[in-house]
Structure formats: C-alpha cells, structure tokens
Design a protein around this ligand. Structure first.
Ligand code: PMP
Ligand code: GLN
Length: 380
C-alpha cells in the first residue's frame, strides 16, 4: 500500500533519534528535553488522591474547572492581565495545542511563518493541516528577530506566525519591544499569532516573561500555548493548554472535541490541587542554578557559548574551535565517543542550516551535568 506524504519533517524526530543513540551507547543524555530528577512528591500524592476521590471518568471537554481556575489565577498574577478560566482549553500537551490551533484556524494553502531555528514539530503540524511553512531565520549569532526579513515574508496568504519565548533551542527570550514590533507588523491584517510559551515559568536572572496575552492589540488574533510538562518537570504527563479569545477558543474546541475530547482527569486534578495548595511555586531558581553550573563547566572546554540562555531548559554551544565536522556528525561522535548526547541545531532548520552548534539540556541533576562535562574533557 502507498500512504500519503503528510509532511516534510523527519521520519523519526531528532529527539527520539538522539535519546535512542544515548541509550545504545550508554551516554549521558543531554539531548531530549526532559529532567532526570524526580517530580515534586506533593504532586504525586495529589495524583493518588485523585483516583481515590473518584476522579476517574471523563473531564469536561475544555478541562477540569479546578485546574482552569487555578491557571487563570496564576496567569493573572504572573502577567498582570485578566484571564478568564473559560478561555482556557486543556490539551494533551503543548504540541497538540499548537496542532489543534492550526487544524482549527488554517485554510488549505495558507502560509504560516516560523522563525528558525524552530521547534521541530511546527513544520509537520502546519503541513498536515494543509498549510505552507515559511521559515524566516533569526539573526545569527544572537538569535534575535530580523524584523525586516519577517516583514518581507508576509504575503496576502499569510495566516499565522508562530513565535516561541523562551525559545527552544536557543533559550533566547522576547522583550516588550519585540512584542510591540510584532503587534505593529500584524495590525489590521488577518494574521494570527500562535505563541508557544511552554517555558514561561523558566526565565532567569530575575527577568520577567513577556507573553502574547499581555499585548492588548493582539487579543483577538492570538493563541498562547503552555505545557505542564515543563512547568512541573513532568514531561511524561503530557498536559498543556491554550488560552485565546472566545471566538478562537470556540473554533479550537470545535476541533478538539472530536480529536481528544478531554484530557486525563486524575492528572488534571493533581495539577489543579497542587496549584491551589501551593500557589507561586516556580522553577526559575532551580533551573537558573543549573544553567549557571553548565556555563561554568563549559568554560573549561573549547565549547563556546554564543548566546547565553535567558530561559528554557537549553543552552546552545559552538564546537567549531574543537572539531571540524557537520553538526549531526559531531553530535553522533560526541554520543558514541565521548558518551554525551546533545541535539545538532540543523534539526531545527528546514534547509538543515549548520552553524556548528549543538544544544545541551541542563534540566538535569547537577551530578549528571558534571559527569557529562568530565566525559567531554576526557576527549580533549
Ligand atoms: N513547544 C516547545 C518549544 C517545546 O520545547 C515542547 C517540548 N516540551 C513542546 C512545545 C511540546 O510540549 P508538550 O510535551 O507539552 O507537548
Ligand atoms: N521538547 C523536547 C525537546 O525539545 C522534546 C519533546 C519531544 O521529544 N518530542 O527536547
């Protein structure tokens, strides 16, 4: 049988490829973005409580009110904007949130701009939903937005722009002026902003996260997407959510109700109860310390930090002073020979742009980071 080619993305994502290679070679896995430390035991206890309390049947389609109300409270406090719990839709992960938004809002043949390097799920999600991805490169090496190039990429067929702050893979964050530029760019146009903010709780050096939800001018033309996987270090729980105005929320739910319908009830209960009982918990200090540790450790190696991560789980480093090989070959060599798995940045570009960079995930035990860099130093 012949099957349709639904997208031009990888047959197997780079995250699966590198994690499998790490397992095969017994390498320290700093590739795929997941913590190797345990989740908060209080969340585990609420999960057990949920099943005992009988939260074992379908949740309401948009989400458990206990959870959506807590999210609204948290966002109101964090962003200083009024978020209505009724505009939140709980999804089985942020990737699904982005996918369902595209499925709901994109017409066939419309263009969606992405800023590269970009999370590798965007292009397949656009294409599977009949859209045409239009990659625009971020400035190199600081990964800021090239506003002239972005403006030039907008056509009458542009339906959406996907943005991501804090950014995967670079850890770069958007400032208020960035948002102002984007708002000016799409003002008066039928262009949606899909804002991937899965790392919104992980911003360093005392800085604030700047969200699309704070942009008054974008309220009727944006979808913000979040993930509890990152917020509570439980990537395997696969729970995220979208926040959008009533009209967009209605369109998203019209599709969502026939794909997932609703999301794991005990997990929603556990997250809602945790946020209710322990509001204001965040991971900034923990992850900030890990980023700083990785910076100190890398300073002892030829791997050069070209743009320090301002948020997220990730730090990009330039290996060109050490080895002269393509980034995919380098990442494989480093896994097999040094015993440290990373992600080659070319995986985040449609055309495979290779600036000799790899991404390290520092959401790991300090010991794991120390062992990884010792292994690298043993190969120098
Ligand atoms: N967007 C970005 C930028 C990510 O790094 C990830 C991975 N956590 C996702 C979306 C997907 O998140 P989830 O696991 O909740 O689907
Ligand atoms: N978001 C994670 C990363 O960037 C991976 C998610 C996945 O494996 N699909 O590493």
């Amino acid at each position: 049988m012949l099957f349709p080619q639904k997208h031009t993305g990888a047959d197997t994502t780079i995250f699966s490829v590198m994690s499998a290679l790490a397992a095969e070679y017994g390498a320290v896995n700093l590739s795929q973005g997941f913590p190797d430390y345990p989740i908060d035991t209080r969340i585990q206890e609420f999960l057990a409580e949920a099943t005992v309390q009988g939260f074992n049947q379908y949740a309401p389609m948009p989400g458990l009110p206990l959870l959506t109300e807590q999210i609204a409270l948290q966002k109101n406090k964090q962003l200083n904007v009024a978020i209505d719990a009724g505009h939140i839709t709980i999804c089985p992960g942020a990737s699904y949130g982005i996918f369902v938004a595209l499925a709901a809002l994109l017409n066939k043949g419309e263009e969606v701009i992405i800023l590269e390097p970009a999370y590798d799920a965007y292009i397949p999600a656009i294409e599977i939903n009949g859209g045409i991805p239009v990659p625009v490169p971020l400035n190199y090496p600081d990964f800021s937005v090239d506003w002239d190039r972005l403006r030039a990429a907008v056509t009458t067929r542009t339906r959406a722009i996907i943005v991501n702050t804090p950014h995967n893979p670079t850890g770069v964050t958007w400032s208020a002026p960035d948002w102002q530029q984007l708002a000016d760019l799409v003002a008066g146009k039928d262009i949606l902003v899909i804002s991937d903010e899965v790392y919104d709780q992980i911003v360093f050096d005392g800085q604030q996260h700047h969200s699309v939800l704070q942009q008054e001018a974008l309220q009727e033309q944006c979808v913000a997407v979040f993930s509890f996987g990152k917020q509570f270090h439980a990537t395997g729980w696969k729970i995220g959510y979208t926040i959008a105005c009533p009209a967009i929320t209605k369109a998203i739910r019209k599709v969502h109700q026939f794909i997932a319908f609703s999301v794991n009830t005990p997990a929603q209960y556990a997250l809602g109860r945790f946020m209710q009982q322990f509001p204001g918990e965040d991971s900034c200090a923990l992850l900030n310390g890990k980023r700083d540790l990785l910076h100190r450790l890398l300073a002892d190696t030829p791997l050069k930090i070209i743009a320090p991560a301002a948020g997220s789980y990730f730090q990009v480093a330039d290996y060109s002073a050490w080895k002269d090989m393509p980034d995919t070959a380098f990442a494989q060599w480093l896994t097999k020979e040094a015993g440290v798995a990373t992600i080659p940045l070319s995986a985040f570009y449609k055309d495979g742009t290779d600036n000799k960079l790899v991404r390290f995930c520092f959401a790991k035990e300090d010991k794991t980071l120390q062992i990884a860099i010792e292994k690298i130093k043993a190969k120098l």
